[in-house]
Write a protein that binds this ligand. Sequence first.
Ligand SMILES: [Ca+2]
Ligand SMILES: [Ca+2]
Ligand SMILES: [Ca+2]
Length: 537
Amino acid sequence: MAKPPQYIKQLFQEYSENDTMTIDDLLRFMIEFQKEENVTIHDVQDIFEHLNTFQSRKGLLHLDDFFRYLLCDLNPPLPVKVHQDMEAPLSHYFLYTGHNSYLTGNQLSSKSCVNPIVKALRQGVRVIELDLWPNSKKKNDVKVCHGGTLTSPVDLVKCLFAIKDNAFVASEYPVVITFEDHLTPNLQAQVAQMVMNVFREMLYRPGTDCLEKFPSPESLKKRVLISTKPPEKFQNSKPSQNKKDPKTDQGQVDDEEFIEEVDEEKAAPEYRNLIAIHAMKLKGRLDNIFPDIVRNKAKRLSMSEQQLENAVTKNHGTDIVRFTQQNLLRVYPKGMRIDSSNYNPFVGWEHGAQMVAFNMQGTGKYLGIMQGMFRGNGGCGYVKKPDFLHDDQYNDVLVPCKPKQVKTTLKVKIYLGEGWNLDFRRTHFDRFSPPDFFVKVRIAGVEADKRKMRTRVIMDQWIPEWNQMFEFPLTIPELALLRISVYDFDDIRKHDFAGETCLPVSELRRGIRAVPLHNREGDRYKHTRLLVGLEFD
Ligand SMILES: [Ca+2]
Ligand SMILES: [Ca+2]
Ligand SMILES: [Ca+2]
């Protein structure tokens, strides 16, 4: 275990008397130094009780106890509970969103099953996507699979039960199921029956043609919402003469293109009545699309990452932000990502897109950033969008040529790390010597705020002590994420990965905090963590 560094000793001196700290001393430390304005004597009493195991004298903390406290889970870098306003309409939040949620691996030949759905929900994902196809092997049956590929199917009913059983384990805020449906009216009626039978009163059905305004996550706790395109007969938008424009579609392998012609007479009203969030597809030229949208009805529009980028390049950024002030925008990975990789989520977030849909089964920088965003707000899967995205006067806050004003400077001090010796084998990093750790400290965010720094390498130490400070001036701190990753330095080979995390800057708790590290899949290591100082100027 790490020993308290000089700086922590000084801090302890400052807040203790005769080398012991009382409950009142710790309270003073938390208010003055950790800037926890709302902390009470009861909170501190609870902490003392939890610390009891390594307390040598009851009711008093020694230097080692104080240091253990700073490095333990009772001192996390983010608030643990939901703390944002949850009473605003759904369109005011970013939702943790999955793409092809049933796939275990790549987009072409991997197996489909309920496990990735269960895992995603238990990580806090709130939007699950299911692609519905007729089951060619069984009459009147529906399967879930990635159409037009060799991925194996899974029964719809199994998926629905998996969602029901796991929806509210990680969070009690609503789960949205987005259907991409390729079904006949007959099968749609069957799906309606199935969905009703599985979810019953959990299902939220507004009972009106189309919502004027979305309800709030608070009012939809423990509810399941279905979002899909209503059958043609019931669409109150323009008739289907607007065939897809090859210029905006650019060879997307998006399944909605394969939608079957619906027999209008037979379109299933039961199915239509399931839909809480009406979906529509981007059709026609971009210039016509946004003025075309009926302003007073709340809908969901789907765009591929590429369509979004094109729209932004062609100066539709402000239109998109305005659209997302009342409606939902879902962005999905382009069809070329057959390896289930992901894309830069900031293009969507900067423009207010609530559902930036990600392949959750992989690893990678962008998935790490996505996981980081949704560690915010107690990990409940809903993060409130920054206020400026809901400003009536919104006007290209993010245009690249506009001069940027630094709103705040984040100061990150990396003190030390510990736990690798407990989570890894002795020879995991270097065969013949202890590891040589260094830390990369980076900001992900809007272009102007991106920055990369790193600590020096501490050679041959399982418990490295860096004591290095880094400063990050931020123009849009609301969208900035702090990325921290540790590596074992190697001369000849690629450095070995030794844990990472990503944290929303706007939620960081100030003071000295214990920052737990995660593996590449986002699972937390049991013991590996850093002691980090966090301040704003
Ligand atoms: Ca190594
Ligand atoms: Ca070494
Ligand atoms: Ca090494």
